[in-house]
Design a protein around this ligand. Structure first.
Ligand SMILES: [Zn+2]
Length: 82
C-alpha cells in the first residue's frame, strides 16, 4: 500500500502512468498519427491537441476513465483493491 501510494499517490503520477500506457512511444494523434502536439487545460482536464489536424484528445478519452468523474487517484485505488 505504501508502495502503491508512492507510485500513484498524486494526479501527476497517475497522469504519467496513463500517458505511457496510452502512448508508450510518445504522443501519436488518434486521427492522423502525427506526433506533434500541444497541451492545454480546460475544466481541470489536460487536453492534447494535434498540431497537424487540430484533433483534441485527453488521456481518458476512449478508455473506461472517460465515463468517470472521479479523480484519477481514486480510480487507480479502486482498480487495485478490486
Ligand atoms: Zn492529427
Amino acid at each position: 500500500m505504501k508502495e502503491f501510494m508512492a507510485r500513484y499517490g498524486t494526479e501527476a503520477k497517475c497522469r504519467r502512468a496513463l500517458y505511457h500506457a496510452r502512448w508508450p512511444k510518445g504522443f501519436r494523434c488518434p486521427a492522423c498519427a502525427d506526433r506533434r502536439r500541444s497541451t492545454f487545460r480546460r475544466d481541470g482536464q489536460t487536453y492534447y491537441q494535434c498540431r497537424a489536424c487540430g484533433h483534441q484528445t485527453t488521456l481518458q478519452s476512449g478508455t473506461l476513465l472517460q465515463a468517470t468523474k472521479l479523480p484519477l487517484t481514486t480510480w487507480f485505488l479502486g482498480s487495485t483493491i478490486r
